[in-house]
Design a protein around this ligand. Structure first.
Ligand SMILES: C[S@@+](CC[C@H](N)C(=O)[O-])C[C@H]1O[C@@H](n2cnc3c(N)ncnc32)[C@H](O)[C@@H]1O
Length: 296
């Protein structure tokens, strides 16, 4: 049975994955499969797909999609699979920015951040960039498929980007060569989307120098960070005169998003009301209180 074989291979959520793979092979959706619970896993057609999954190929590359912020995004090898924790970045931008904003999603990958923002805030002007033409091709396909009017630009950091933005959101490569990834991520996902250089801080260091000139006065930079990077990232940006807010936590309580405003002078208008970051973090407290209640 597919579920048992996935379980033996120590794949988490083996039952869910078995259903998704069966639905993929049968060209039906999961609710249909659940409603027809006794349908056998399609042995012949399913075997190749099951073998691919057992060899470590990520589920999202087999299915060709991953859900992000409630929508389905196409993915394929060469493009990073969207991660659930990145939804915190989307949530942060939606909570902090005003109703009209010009937003850049730097390193857009599948386009999941830019497209989610544009669909949630149709009045925003959203530009998405990436150094990878392969990623941009997928992102454009996703924007077309989901009906999001996003402008895409191929660019190494800001080299091909003109104009000024109210906000930059980015989930940059932030893994250091000294913490090599294991398993299916290392084998199948694009290294250029994951590794920033020897320490993992290189992309943040470039951003801290170069984003200043691309943001409007009072503009805001929101970045996903790795689980031990909040403090070092804060140090890098504070040294160059950015105003650094308290980090936004993910639902596991990990400091996940850093928010920096472009202001060296407190007397100048700040685009962002810092109390909104506190409000965002209260949802984490409430979530965890809810979990604690469930456990007790
Ligand atoms: C961690 S992935 C994030 C992808 C997507 N935003 C997401 O959250 O799923 C980082 C992305 O940055 C892109 N990237 C790497 N170096 C870059 C550079 N110098 N300039 C622009 N984009 C870059 C990679 O191609 C990759 O798509």
């Amino acid at each position: 049975m597919a579920k048992a074989r996935l379980g033996q291979a120590e794949i988490e959520a083996a039952g869910l994955e078995a259903q998704l793979l069966a639905a993929h092979v049968l060209l039906v959706d999961r609710p249909w499969l659940i409603a027809h619970g006794d349908e056998p896993f399609p042995e012949l057609a399913g075997e190749a797909i099951l073998a691919a999954r057992l060899s470590g190929k990520p589920l999202a590359y087999i299915l060709g999609w991953r859900e992000f912020y409630g929508r389905r995004f196409s993915v394929r090898p060469g493009v990073l699979i969207p991660r659930q924790e990145t939804e915190v970045l989307v949530e942060t931008a939606l909570s902090l920015l005003d109703s009209t904003a010009t937003v850049l999603d730097l390193g857009t990958g599948s386009g999941c951040i830019a497209i989610s923002l544009k669909l949630e805030r149709t009045e925003w002007e959203v530009v998405a960039s990436d150094i990878s033409p392969e990623a941009l091709e997928v992102a454009r396909e996703n924007a077309r498929e989901l009906g999001a009017n996003v402008e895409f630009v191929e660019s190494d950091l800001f080299s091909n980007l003109n104009g000024e933005f109210d906000a930059i959101v980015t989930n940059p490569p932030y893994i250091g060569f000294d913490e090599p990834l294991k398993g299916e991520v290392a084998l199948f996902e694009p290294a250029a989307a994951l590794y920033s250089g020897p320490t993992g801080m290189e992309f943040y260091e470039r951003l801290s120098r170069d984003a200043w000139g691309v943001l409007r006065h009072g503009g805001v930079l929101m970045m996903e960070v790795g689980y031990r990077q909040a403090e070092p990232v804060k140090g890098v940006f504070a040294t160059l005169g950015w105003a650094v807010q308290e980090p936004v936590l993910d639902l596991s309580g990990v400091a996940r998003v850093m928010v920096c405003t472009k202001s060296r002078d407190d007397s100048l208008a700040i685009f962002l009301d810092p109390s909104r970051v506190e409000t965002l973090n209260q949802r984490y407290t409430i979530h965890n209180r809810g979990n604690a209640n469930r456990r007790s």
